[in-house]
Ligand binder design. Structure first.
Ligand code: ZN
Ligand code: ZN
Length: 152
């Protein structure tokens, strides 16, 4: 199968909403921003992006609720609460990557973004950026203000 014909499928927790995505992601990473943290109730959000036309809701679209703010337009299942995707007012859709994990999707993250807002200091060797990756990676001490735990 060529990269452009790879298909991923996923669903919300209750299974009423199904999503299908064609092609490899344009980007994949981990977002540490406060809005992701608050919305997901998690220290970090695994995300991947595709062109809008690559992402299709194949079942249960009428159950999608959304919340829009300055940064995001998040969609979730009204019945079970699972976060599904974030439709930015651009050409790309952000998908909460873990909804695809059962269909062979492998999260090959290339960056950590919004690390200036991070609360969890992950040490996985993947470049860390204060905002989106167009800025320079930030060095270790400046990154989050966090230091490795000292052991005695
Ligand atoms: Zn659901
Ligand atoms: Zn975020």
């Amino acid at each position: 199968m060529s990269p452009s014909t790879v298909t991923y499928e996923g669903s919300c927790l209750c299974g009423r909403i199904r999503i299908q995505i064609t092609g490899l992601p344009v980007s994949a990473g981990y977002c540490h921003c406060k809005t992701c943290r608050t919305w997901h109730a998690a220290p970090v959000n695994a995300y991947a992006t595709w062109p809008n036309e690559a992402v299709r809701i194949t079942e249960g679209e009428e159950l999608l609720e959304n919340y829009q703010d300055r940064r995001s337009n998040r969609h979730w299942c009204r019945h079970c609460g699972s976060g599904m995707l974030n439709r930015l007012a651009k050409e790309r859709t952000v998908v909460y990557a873990m909804v695809l994990a059962d269909s062979g999707y492998v999260h090959e993250a290339s960056c950590h973004i919004h690390c200036d807002e991070a609360v969890l200091d992950l040490q996985d060797g993947i470049p860390k950026y204060p905002g989106w990756p167009k800025s320079e990676p930030i060095d270790e001490p400046r990154r989050t203000g966090m230091r490795p735990t000292e052991t005695t």
